[in-house]
Design a protein around this ligand. Structure first.
Ligand code: UD1
Length: 429
């Protein structure tokens, strides 16, 4: 268990480079399983979830080596197993992404079902239904999905239009690229991380049209060829540092980003009173006062990202009035509310809506990080609060944020990390 100690109240000032996207890089790593030869992925973040995916690929026989920091070479020419071990898949739901490529290339995958998660039930029924519609025989036995197919055949697949699953879109697309005939995925997710995977597959010879839309048409090809790709910048890390600038009344410039991926986030921060300057690959946030109250509802891209919802609750917690935050994607995404309340926030959660009455100042307190995004919200609250906040369970932040405390320190935060030496249980998300 690690604890991060933050002494709040300093306006954060300076420039911070944003790392490659966790959710963008994970599907690229999984997609490399489709290819005989070496895939080169640049801008890979050095975070726990990527380490887990690398271990997962290695468990299947793929070779993964770095030629420089952030430049990963994956050679999946020789695959010796179609069954990643449970201890890796339970660590991170993203490991389930190996199912689609294994099924597509080898017609066989035995992948443990990822199970529950701190932010609510997260089934993979859409993924499995897609595999079945492509012609796979799928059985769930002893917590493992066994999928086999003598051949995969393209078909029309309608995903749930309200939920627009990111994971199912990616996994089904990965399964369909080498299938016979044409697969149409309706209600596909349009998240930038999905689009980056679509573009990568096309660069390897996949025949995909409708890139970036909710209707993907995938004509199966016999094989893909090696290619190289750069992971897109992390939207969630970008948003977290923008909110850090806002709630500490600072002046932060995030660099190496895609401003066009941040439109709705920027819109909400401006509504909250932030001054934002924008170029194609930088955003500068400046704030001098308490934020205005906010009203957000999460949704699939281009809607407001659920992963930044907990961060926005910190904006709401110190706003000048009452804010309303609606969560439409996950069932239990307000787990941070009780911890923020311990820091003086006034939050009432009723089902999928949080009503947040802003207070003048939060006060530092010992709190517990329940999951990655809740952890980052608590860190932001600690930065804005008076006094010292100690966040235990802080190792969850390593899953998605590269050198988080070092980046905060470089902006003037007073932050230290304490390692307690005991192995922590890792939440599956
Ligand atoms: C991905 C992201 C996660 C983000 C989420 C929503 C990765 C590794 N993770 O998660 O950070 O919060 O998108 O933007 O990229 N659902 C089903 N059945 C399924 C699949 C999903 O009911 O088979 C439901 C989920 O429970 C959830 C909703 O659909 O309520 C959306 O989930 P999904 O988009 O699939 O999230 P993930 O891909 O798991």
């Amino acid at each position: 268990m690690d604890t991060i100690h933050i002494t709040g109240g300093q306006p954060l000032v300076g420039e911070v480079r944003i790392s490659g996207s966790k959710n963008g890089a994970l599907p690229l790593l999984a997609a490399s399983l489709l290819i005989e030869g070496e895939t080169v992925i640049e801008n890979v973040p050095d975070i726990q979830d990527i380490h887990t995916m690398i271990e997962t690929l290695r468990s299947l026989g793929a070779k993964c080596t770095y030629s420089a920091p952030g430049t990963l070479h994956v050679d999946a020419t020789h695959i010796s197993s179609f069954a990643p071990p449970y201890h890796l898949v339970r660590r991170m739901r993203g490991s389930f992404y190996v199912a689609g490529p294994l099924l597509s290339r080898f017609r066989e995958a035995e992948v443990p079902l990822p199970g529950g998660c701190a932010i609510g039930p997260r089934p993979v029924d859409f993924h499995i239904s897609g595999f079945k519609q492509l012609g796979a025989e799928v059985q769930e036995r002893h917590g493992v999905m066994h999928a086999r197919a003598s051949r995969l055949r393209g078909t029309d697949i309608f995903l749930d239009g309200r939920l627009r699953s990111v994971g199912a879109t990616i996994n089904i697309m990965l399964a369909a690229v080498l299938a016979e005939g044409t697969t149409v995925i309706e209600n596909a997710s349009r998240e930038p991380e999905v689009v980056s995977c679509e573009n990568f597959l096309r660069s390897c010879g996949a025949d995909i049209t409708g890139v970036g839309t909710s209707r993907l048409v995938i004509k199966g090809v016999p094989r893909l060829h090696p290619s190289s790709v750069r992971a897109i910048p992390d939207r969630m890390e970008t948003g977290t540092f923008l909110v850090a600038g806002l709630v500490t009344r600072g002046d932060i410039t995030v660099t190496d980003i895609r401003a066009d991926h941040m439109d709705i986030v920027v819109r909400e921060l401006v509504r909250a009173g932030a001054h934002i300057d924008r170029t194609e690959d930088t955003l500068r946030v400046r704030m001098r006062m308490r934020p205005n109250p906010i009203e957000i509802s999460t949704g699939p891209y281009p809607g407001f990202p659920t992963d930044l919802q907990p961060n926005m609750a910190v904006v709401a917690a110190v706003a000048t009035g009452t804010s309303v935050i609606e969560e439409t994607i996950f069932d239990s995404r307000f787990t941070y509310a009780d911890e923020l309340t311990r820091m003086g926030a006034d939050i009432q959660v009723k089902e999928h809506v949080a009503i947040v009455r802003g207070v003048e100042r939060l006060s530092g307190a010992p709190v517990v990080a329940m999951d990655l995004r809740a952890g980052s919200a608590l860190a932001l609250a600690g930065l804005a609060a008076e006094g010292r906040t100690s966040i235990s369970g802080a190792e969850v932040l390593d899953r998605g944020y590269e050198t988080f405390t070092a980046k905060l320190s470089s902006l003037g935060a007073i932050v230290t990390r304490e390692h307690h030496g005991t192995e922590a249980g890792v939440a599956t998300c």
